[in-house]
Design a protein around this ligand. Structure first.
Ligand code: NAD
Ligand code: TYD
Length: 352
């Protein structure tokens, strides 16, 4: 019998797959149930190295379907939930906000309701861990950092839907005593990130000698964290975090988009045996994103001081690792960009 049964939602996505891998390998006594709808962003290839392990199970399903979520809680008697499932791309939230409201808000409420219902008689060893983003705090000027007390000021449909879900998670803590914890993390990068996000998109386009679209003047600033460092922080907060608390997680690693892309071009020129400055010629300034947040920067001193977390990788090292992974896994990229893997899932899971 497993010591704990943990539901990870969105485990086939970018960050979720690193969390699932870490927990399945590190905690053989836990059973890890990965619930994922396999949207365009979910990809079981991200987990093919652990899919046959005895303490791992994948379930395809939608957190927006409340009956399904309740049945799942009834069947598995989860001890903990690590909730990552979300619509996660700002640009998609601008073209189609409704999906974000459904998954990020309604989906989260369905999970909260199920946890509240099935944990009502015993909450001591339970935990609902909600994974959120620094984008809920809005946009910074040139100075300052987001701390846990910073007022929420979301400015995109994505960040507004995540902010809403954070508020609901806290409301269930205060109103229903549900044991919760929340972390708000900065921009992640690393292997398995869907190539709609800046870094994998740029890596793919550089490799294929396609133009690299930079929104506006490329002066927007993001704080980048290697995804495995985020997964380690999630492990720490899941086991040592204080119920009802929020922890900010960041890389203390701020880059303007244009500087970041220039570094990436330089790394890739070297790895691909291209002339100095060759890939830089692909940089193309395009129309700015609507409501484009200028700067995100995280003060992570709370998680560092209280739980002893620190990012382990320097950016240059993390970027090198990431580029190496994408170059080595060109089939992964090809499957995604050709839509082959979506077709495969439709055959596997929809036509039964
Ligand atoms: P992702 O888009 O790569 O993965 C999301 C996963 O959720 C996919 O596997 C998708 O199939 C699944 N999913 C979507 N809708 C679903 C539904 N209705 N039911 C079940 N599964 C569903 O996202 P990511 O970048 O891995 O982000 C994971 C979480 O971390 C999100 O909650 C996001 O807000 C948060 N976050 C992301 C970043 C980042 O830089 N990527 C930073 C901070 C926080
Ligand atoms: P993104 O990876 O979409 O993450 P987020 O918007 O959640 O921070 O974008 C990171 C930054 O890069 C953001 O300032 C928007 C910018 N960007 C581009 O300039 N070009 C692109 O093609 C993309 C996808 C993003």
């Amino acid at each position: 019998m497993a010591e704990k049964t943990i539901l990870v939602t969105g485990g086939a996505g970018f960050i979720g797959s690193h969390v699932v891998r870490l927990f399945v390998n590190k905690y053989p006594n836990y059973k890890i149930v990965n619930l994922d709808k396999l949207t365009y962003a979910g990809n079981l290839q991200n987990l093919d190295d652990i899919e046959t392990l005895a303490n791992y199970e994948f379930i395809k399903g939608d957190i927006v379907d409340d009956e399904f979520v309740f049945d799942l809680f009834d069947k598995y008697k989860f001890d903990g939930v690590i909730h990552l499932a979300a619509e996660s791309h700002v640009d998609r939230s601008i073209s189609n906000p409704s999906e974000f409201i459904k998954t990020n808000i309604v989906g989260t409420v369905n999970l909260l309701n199920a946890a509240r219902t099935f944990w009502k008689d015993e909450i001591d060893n339970k935990l609902f861990y909600h994974i959120s983003t620094d984008e809920v705090y809005g946009s910074l000027g040139e100075e300052g950092f987001f701390v846990e007390e910073t007022s929420y000021s979301p400015r995109s449909p994505y960040s507004a839907s995540k902010a809403s879900s954070d508020h609901l998670v806290r409301a269930y803590y205060h109103t229903f005593n549900l044991p919760v914890v929340i972390t708000n993390c900065s921009n992640n990068y690393g292997p398995n990130q869907f190539p709609e996000k800046l870094i994998p998109l740029a890596i793919n386009n550089i490799r294929e000698k396609k133009s690299i679209p930079i929104y506006g003047k490329g002066e927007n600033i993001r704080d980048w964290l290697f995804v495995e460092d985020h997964a380690n922080a999630i492990d720490l907060v899941f086991h040592k975090g204080k119920k009802g608390e929020t922890y900010n997680i960041g890389g203390n690693n701020e880059w303007t988009n244009i500087d970041l892309i220039r570094v990436l071009c330089k790394i890739m020129n070297e790895k691909l045996g291209r002339e100095e400055g060759e890939s830089e010629q692909l940089i193309t300034f395009v129309k700015d994103r609507a409501g484009h947040d200028l700067r995100y920067a995280i003060d992570s001193s709370k998680i560092q001081n209280e739980l002893g977390w620190n990012p382990s990788l320097q950016f240059e090292e993390g970027l090198n690792k990431t580029v190496d992974w994408y170059l080595k896994n060109s089939l992964w990229m090809k499957n995604i960009t050709s839509g082959n893997y979506q077709k495969y899932y439709e055959e596997q899971y929809y036509k039964r």
